[in-house]
Design a protein around this ligand. Structure first.
Ligand code: SF4
Ligand code: SF4
Length: 143
């Protein structure tokens, strides 16, 4: 099992994602302004998250199977603030609520244990290095 967020995406299709308009690149920030819409005099929201059935325009996902934020390096601050449950030792009500709304089980500490074990297996399972030069070849170079 990989990082649980990579097979989820529920929070990106559950909450309204609002930010101060200064976070958009039209005002000196980094969030693509074209992917937002005005929300009151000082705020912007990610397009799609202000719908009856929210789904962020930047979300590339099949909820519960695979998920990717297409603007991950420049995503808004509220997205950075959401914690996945038990990633840092505590349950996250936002994560739990979003997953439950999409019919997914809430994360437990066991999910992170499985995630770490996969990383370790991938780290161990590296290709063998090529064999060293044959002794005869070394000897002939030295001669
Ligand atoms: S709901 Fe939780 S597990 Fe799912 S993407 Fe959001 S933070 Fe990650
Ligand atoms: S910007 Fe990215 S992280 Fe934030 S709600 Fe949209 S898809 Fe999710």
């Amino acid at each position: 099992m990989r990082h649980p967020c990579m097979t989820c995406g529920a929070c990106c299709a559950h909450y309204r994602v609002s930010m101060h308009w200064m976070e958009t690149d039209a005002a000196g920030g980094v969030v693509p302004h074209a992917l937002t819409e005005a929300f009151g005099p000082h705020q912007a929201v990610m397009r799609g998250t202000w719908e009856a059935q929210p789904r962020c325009i930047a979300l590339d996902a099949d909820i519960g199977r695979h998920s990717r934020c297409s603007i991950h390096p420049v995503r808004p601050q509220p997205c950075r603030d959401v914690q996945a449950s038990w990633e840092h030792g505590a349950a996250s009500p936002q994560c739990d609520k979003a997953r439950s709304a999409h019919g997914l089980p809430v994360l437990t500490t066991a999910d992170w244990a499985r995630s770490i074990s996969v990383v370790l297996v991938e780290a161990i399972d590296v290709p063998e290095p090529p064999p060293a030069a044959a002794p005869m070849a070394v000897a002939s170079l030295q001669a």
